[in-house]
Design a protein around this ligand. Sequence first.
Ligand SMILES: C[S@@+](CC[C@H](N)C(=O)[O-])C[C@H]1O[C@@H](n2cnc3c(N)ncnc32)[C@H](O)[C@@H]1O
Length: 207
Amino acid sequence: MTTIDGTTRCEEIYASPAPSFWGQRPTSLVRDLCARQSVAGLNALDAGCGEGRNAVHLARHGAVVHAVDVSATALTRAVSLFGTVPGVTWEQADVTDRPLADGRYDVVVVYSLTHWLAGAERVRDVMARLRRATAPGGIHLYCAFNDRLPYPHAGDQRPTLLGHQEHLDLYAGWDVTHATDTDLDDVHPGEEPHLHAMTRVVARRPR
Ligand SMILES: C[S@@+](CC[C@H](N)C(=O)[O-])C[C@H]1O[C@@H](n2cnc3c(N)ncnc32)[C@H](O)[C@@H]1O
């Protein structure tokens, strides 16, 4: 593999014999949202949903979730892990070119997607698409590795790591209610524990 863009590295990960690589516990921003307010009936997009932990949590709280991943294997694993979950529609698609209706979603989750995209310009393009697809007053829950720490995984991957401020700049003009840059202590099946520098943002599109 010469680039992280595309599916190769994802498919390597999803070949892991463990039933779940990312785990079933949703990320804190998704848990906090569902604890703080009702998401019942809201339209949500999980962009790069992986094995579905965030999509399923939102759906279990009543959201209508469109869960998109470029990897068919990820979606197969999601269904094996969680079974049929009312309210989730799984779709294999590439968020770099999947058409999205303007203003369609009240909640957009982007968790650990951007480093897979081929370069900072691609990240900015994809995020502009996801912002346009968000309803006025809708919110983004955004988590992305940043360049404060080196990418800890060996091999010939070339992840796209923006700086923390570059991630925040994606939300210029939005109401940013949460923005942190913290160390994420991470471990996955078959891997050594490792650290990522992670930007977390909650931002609301102006009405
Ligand atoms: C690190 S995993 C995180 C999965 C999930 N968001 C979670 O929090 O558990 C990133 C996911 O993004 C997906 N992905 C990478 N590039 C993509 C693209 N261009 N379009 C859609 N999904 C993509 C990968 O297949 C992978 O499942």
